[in-house]
Design a binder for this molecule. Structure first.
Ligand SMILES: NC(=O)c1ccc[n+]([C@@H]2O[C@H](COP(=O)([O-])OP(=O)(O)OC[C@H]3O[C@@H](n4cnc5c(N)ncnc54)[C@H](O)[C@@H]3O)[C@@H](O)[C@H]2O)c1
Length: 244
């Protein structure tokens, strides 16, 4: 049986890597992104029936419209990966409240909205499913070089995951967080400045940025139908930067 998956923010970066791995694992993938042109290009590159949908996770109407479009094209997904986020590196004294609100709105409100609207649809069709939320090391320890808004939004995502996991467990829906450390992706230099990347790498116990494909493989594992007992977990993939 071909299962469908919606990956948010998958036009590039980690989401694109997750989408690619899901296609390899046999999923029909929907790429939801605010950047529709980039999402379309990515879907075309992926092939295997991958589709692109316009999605702003911070908007209620956009989230509903995206789920409608995905359901129509490939059916109700088995898996939702909440990956879309805005990353900002700013000192607390420099954060203006508009930026604070924007980061919380996309990263935290957006994750809540997508989880809730997906779960409602699964319930309406009496179906189980899987949700994987992409959190961050910053959500556990404040991060190495990110801002208070980003870290707080990701801490919120880790907590949301646990509450959704508890509430949705009776319906056969698991909800987990993957909390990556700094990954080998363009966004890191874009967020903290290329000149600061060596300083970050120097502090990483394994001596290297994480490989996004490792995160992608973990998504596939968590999405397995026989992974029903893994729920409410925060799975660290952080190159040894933070240990529980
Ligand atoms: N890159 C890292 O080192 C790192 C580390 C830890 C966690 N993460 C997390 O991994 C995820 C992906 O990070 P990335 O580095 O690939 O980021 P990125 O900036 O490269 O990609 C983010 C994608 O999300 C999309 N997006 C932004 N706002 C959106 C919205 N409102 N609705 C839908 N799509 C939207 C963008 O268009 C883009 O395609 C994020 O949740 C991030 O917090 C990344």
């Amino acid at each position: 049986m071909t299962r469908a998956a919606l990956v948010t923010g998958a036009a590039r970066g980690l989401g694109a890597s997750i989408a690619e791995r899901l296609v390899e694992a046999g999923y029909r993938v929907a790429i939801g992104d605010v950047d529709l042109d980039a999402a379309r290009a990515r879907a075309e590159q992926l092939g295997h029936g991958a589709i692109a949908v316009k999605l702003d996770v911070a908007s209620e109407s956009s989230v509903e419209a995206a789920f409608d479009a995905v359901e129509q094209a490939v059916g109700l997904p088995w898996l939702l990966v909440n990956n879309a986020a805005i990353m900002k590196a700013q000192k607390v004294l420099d954060i203006d409240i508009q930026t604070f609100d924007a980061v919380i709105s996309v990263n935290l409100r957006g994750t809540f909205l997508a989880c809730q609207r997906f779960a409602r649809r699964l319930r309406a069709q009496d179906k189980g499913g899987r949700i994987v939320n992409i959190g961050s090391l910053a959500g556990e320890n404040g991060g190495m070089a990110t801002g208070a808004h980003y870290a707080a939004s990701k801490g919120g995502v880790h907590t949301l995951t646990k509450v959704f996991a508890r509430d949705l467990a009776p319906f056969g829906v698991t909800v987990n967080t993957i909390a990556p450390g700094p990954l080998d992706l363009p966004s890191i230099a874009e967020t903290i400045g290329a000149e600061n990347v060596p300083r970050v790498v120097a502090n990483i116990p394994t001596g290297a940025l994480g490989d996004p494909r490792t995160v992608a493989r973990m998504v596939v594992e968590l999405a397995r139908p026989d992974a029903a007992s893994i729920t409410g977990a925060t799975i660290d993939i952080n190159s040894g930067l933070f240990m529980r």
